[in-house]
Ligand binder design. Structure first.
Ligand SMILES: CC(C)(COP(=O)(O)OP(=O)(O)OC[C@H]1O[C@@H](n2cnc3c(N)ncnc32)[C@H](O)[C@@H]1OP(=O)(O)O)[C@@H](O)C(=O)NCCC(=O)NCCS
Length: 225
């Protein structure tokens, strides 16, 4: 199913290893609308800023602490710096920074980060979705598309996600996408004012059979468009 999985800068070869980027993934239909992934655009800034300022209470409790107030971290200047940094990492093959779109409009982000090749071929995945789409299946669909792409085209073998035990919505997303819980990381990440324990969830190519999205279609979670 995944002929490229585990390839890319394989130990002992000169293979360059930047496969799978840039990419457009989907679309698939969810309860909230038609979901697709595409590279982040600089012009996503105004929508990103508006949603994240409106959704502060919804997002901040789960996201890593960074310097500055929420407002200071959500200026168009800070968007530009983030976008530039993500684009540089993507060009170096270390990151796949996607916008999640719902019915064609910017509705969140999904990032595959810290891509390590060689004998590891692993990365982490993180995501957020605007509260206006909550529980509409958007994150689940986005994660399914991303996992299939990571394994089929980006040459990865394993994806990891860390999540606070209190984050019921994200735990449900990971479970629906086929991730398994592998352990508890004590005081792992500084979130909302304290060092918080996180579960480590993971999935490898061996877990996905004919593909995550195919499994979601069969389970009635998404429809192909
Ligand atoms: C986590 C998040 C991405 C989920 O996005 P979403 O598009 O609403 O996710 P989905 O609709 O695909 O799935 C959410 C599931 O959790 C369930 N859920 C939502 N809130 C819940 C709660 N408080 N308790 C239990 N289940 C909950 C939903 O019912 C849904 O399950 P279902 O499809 O079986 O009904 C979104 O809530 C978010 O952006 N949160 C803030 C940022 C964040 O937590 N990011 C992840 C960090 S690990």
């Amino acid at each position: 199913m995944y002929p490229d999985a585990g390839r890319g800068s394989v130990a002992g070869t000169d293979e360059p290893g930047h496969p799978g980027w840039p990419a457009r993934l989907g679309p698939v239909r969810t309860r909230a609308g038609v979901v697709a992934l595409r590279p982040l655009w600089l012009r996503d800034g105004p929508a990103w800023r508006r949603i994240r300022l409106d959704d502060r209470d919804y997002l901040e409790q789960w996201e890593p602490s960074t310097p500055g107030s929420w407002k200071q971290r959500h200026t168009l200047t800070s968007w530009w710096a983030q976008w530039w940094s993500l684009r540089s990492l993507a060009r170096r093959g270390q990151c796949l920074p996607f916008a999640i779109t719902v019915d064609g409009a910017f509705g969140g982000q999904l990032t595959i980060g810290n891509v390590v090749r060689s004998a590891l071929c692993s990365a982490w995945v993180g995501y957020w979705v605007a509260s206006g789409h909550a529980s509409g299946g958007v994150a689940t669909a986005a994660l399914g598309l991303a996992v299939d792409h990571a394994f089929a085209s980006a040459g990865l073998h394993r994806l990891e996600a860390t999540v606070r035990p209190e984050n019921a919505a994200s735990l449900r997303v990971l479970t629906k996408a086929g991730f398994r819980q592998e352990g508890l990381l004590l005081r792992y990440l500084h979130v909302a004012g304290a060092w918080r324990d996180h579960y480590c969830y993971a999935i490898t190519t061996e877990d996905v059979g004919t593909g995550v999205v195919a499994g979601m279609v069969a389970a009635g979670l998404v429809e192909r468009v």
